[in-house]
Design a protein around this ligand. Sequence first.
Ligand code: FAQ
Length: 328
Amino acid sequence: MYGGGNTFENVKTDSVLQEDPKKLAEFEARIERGEKIEPTDWMPQLYRKQLIRMIEQHAHSEIIGALPEGTWITRAPGFRRKLALMAKVQDEVGHAQLLYSAAETLGKTREQMILDLISGKSKYSNIFNYPAFTWADSCFISWLVDAGAIVNQLANAKGSYGPYCRALERICAEESFHLKYGHHCVIYLAAGTAVQRQMFQEAINRWWGPMMHFFGPSDKISEHTQVLMKWRVKMATNDDMRNQFLDMYVPKIWELGFTLPDPKLAKNPATGRWDYTEPDWEEFKRVINGDGPCNKERLEVRRIAEERGKWVRDAMKTPKMSYVSPLV
Ligand code: FAQ
């Protein structure tokens, strides 16, 4: 069990078993039939809690994810790249908006979510806590981090919670443009000078570890997978997503003549899955708990944005305006 939290069995005892068994059975039957659960429908408290946690973290990841690439807008090589990167970064912030709205339908206000982000209470994706030193780092994010996000989001768009699935469908449409943009940037470097190729190889070497972490802890230690899969919020396990990503993108990276910094990485013909060196889960834990190379800087940027934008939000509120109230 990861991070010393509740086991699924504990959760079942403490929370799910307190639910009305008839309502719970009907809810699970609806999920089994492939129906979408909507905000005003009955749902177990644990389903609501898990969805808020996951969608909120996803929203934070998009908004923080805009930062490492955002620093390259002013330094993008050429006007066309600058325009494309600016549009991409703007899209990521838009994704956060969609996701915060989806999380709000479950009863947590956007203000509270932002406060929990900047106080360090809520998590966001590990990968955005690393610095984008070079233009090639920004290309790695646009191609491969977006690719990883699409693998995850395409699967989960078929999940059970209506507002999240609809947000994911819209996000995936835009992410596929990001992926093409990123791939184009990488092909350009790959077909460039020795220095350009070296620059991308170094970016791969820096980002491969965080990329392997991106899909979450291995299934053996993942805390929430079981309950999220049962209620079809997650449509594949962390290891399955990681494996699918490797299946789709390792051959493409190799095709371009780059290497990956893992001597064990190979497709196992017997299992049909990828063998790889176990990612460093201690580093992962440190980074997601606030102690990565850029965590402090990332949160500080968000804190300043929150502070500076307050007068705009206040000016836009009417005296009677209130944020979302819980739909329970
Ligand atoms: N980073 O029990 P599990 C993007 C935490 S969007 C940080 O396996 P779960 C777009 C987890 O929260 C990227 N923390 O968790 C873009 C839990 O801690 P908690 C984000 C992580 O939920 C591209 C603990 O570890 N995508 O990139 C991570 O079943 C380019 C135990 O883990 C989403 O959020 C991690 N990587 O599975 C933007 C997709 N992994 O909460 C800009 C939706 C795990 O108990 C540029 N989320 N943890 O304190 C999901 O699919 C799932 O939440 C997983 C994790 C798969 C991320």
